[in-house]
Design a protein around this ligand. Structure first.
Ligand code: DAH
Length: 364
């Protein structure tokens, strides 16, 4: 269409009607924008008509200009109207789609107890079920309970061996307990005989924190003092705990323990206690056995110390060693947790990372 033709009243009306129809038909703001370019943009019929005015004879310019203006403002008006309508529609939709239900409760993490707590309670439960009592003692302990009454001599190297953390001021006589064994002494002093106690608790040593050492860790101590107690009772008790914690694997036979001679000042005789590897049951240590990660193919896992309560300790606690005898044992709870769950870094137990607690501590 040439310039003057574009300015014909019918042409302008058609351009206007087409624009109006296109705007009405645009279903979205994006398609409306495209329709705007086509019907209002520089290359639209109306824009081209406006340009064509210049080439008209002077007398016709005013009329043609009016016609273009009328058409252009009708088109512009229709565009604005449609735009407002589509914007309103969009706002309504967004309000619905992005509505926030303020009555919905925030997702709540379920609390879980620390795996060490769970294990400690499980061990205690095994003994409580046999009629034992749970005994506790202070973590800031007097040296007399932590060492002297347990038959550690005044300058016994074991005091240093245990990397003791002494409580200031120097000479206060107080230490952070280096083991749970002082609870044995407290139990013997406080309780009526016979004594059957299990004592889980936190202990402290001046060790630098690394994958296998922590300055704070957990132990569990067991103590029995009664008439006629022998090492056989100790063995039976340890085997019972082993089976309760590690079960019997496959063949129905329980996991066993073994004891090897050792020295502790507060027990005589004293022994080191090993747990039969609950993963390979000792098979890895046999010729041709598959290697075992849990026990490093030793067949046994070092578990703790034990022995018959030294008569010197009984005497220090006012118990007649002629009439009574007893056994005691103590083991690391962190170590137990670590080999039981194949953990390789003790720091995971103490860093308080929720991922650790929720992976292992799901028992509430
Ligand atoms: N208290 C010892 C330690 O921390 C462990 C221990 C050994 C406890 C022998 C006992 C025992 O009750 O009889 O190294």
């Amino acid at each position: 269409m040439s310039g003057p033709d574009l300015l014909a009243p019918e042409a302008l009306e058609r351009a206007r009607d087409e624009a109006l129809a296109a705007f009405t038909a645009a279903p979205t703001l994006e398609s409306l924008a495209a329709a705007r370019t086509a019907h209002i943009g520089d290359r639209s019929a109306v824009a081209r008509a406006r340009k064509a005015i210049g080439s008209l004879p002077g007398t016709e310019k005013a009329d043609a200009g009016k016609r273009v203006n009328v058409a252009a403002s009708a088109v512009q008006e229709a565009f604005e109207q449609r735009k407002r309508a589509l914007e309103q529609e969009r706002d309504q939709r967004v309000l619905l789609e992005e509505a926030v239900d303020v009555t919905v409760l925030p997702p709540r993490r379920r609390g879980a107890r620390h795996p060490l707590t769970t294990l400690s309670e499980r061990v205690a439960d095994v003994f409580v079920a046999m009629g034992w009592e749970v005994a506790e003692g202070p973590e800031v302990e007097h040296e007399w309970f932590n060492f002297d009454a347990l038959n550690f001599g005044g300058d016994h190297p074991a005091r240093e061996m245990q990397d003791t953390l002494f409580v200031e001021p120097a000479g206060s006589g107080l230490v952070l307990r280096t083991h749970t064994s002082p609870v044995q002494v407290r139990s013997m002093l406080d309780r009526e005989l016979p004594i059957y106690v299990i004592c889980p608790g936190r202990v402290y040593r001046a060790d630098a924190l690394d994958a296998t050492h922590s300055p704070v860790f957990a132990q569990v101590e067991g103590l029995v003092v009664d008439e006629g107690i022998t090492m056989a009772h100790l063995r039976g008790t340890l085997d019972h705990l082993a089976v309760a914690l590690f079960g019997s694997v496959g063949d129905g036979k329980g996991i066993r323990t073994r004891i090897r001679p050792n020295y502790f000042p507060f027990t005589e005789p004293s022994a080191e206690m090993d747990l039969q590897c609950f993963a390979c049951r000792g098979a890895s240590a046999q010729p041709g056995g598959e290697p075992c990660r849990v026990c490093s193919s030793e067949g046994w896992i070092e578990w703790g110390g034990c022995g018959m309560v030294n008569p010197t300790v009984l005497v220090a606690c006012g118990i007649d060693p002629e009439r009574y005898s007893g056994f005691a044992f103590g083991m690391g709870l962190d170590r137990t947790l670590m080999f039981r769950h194949d953990l390789h870094d003790i720091r995971d137990i103490y860093e308080g990372d929720l991922r650790f607690t929720s992976a292992l501590g799901s028992e509430v």
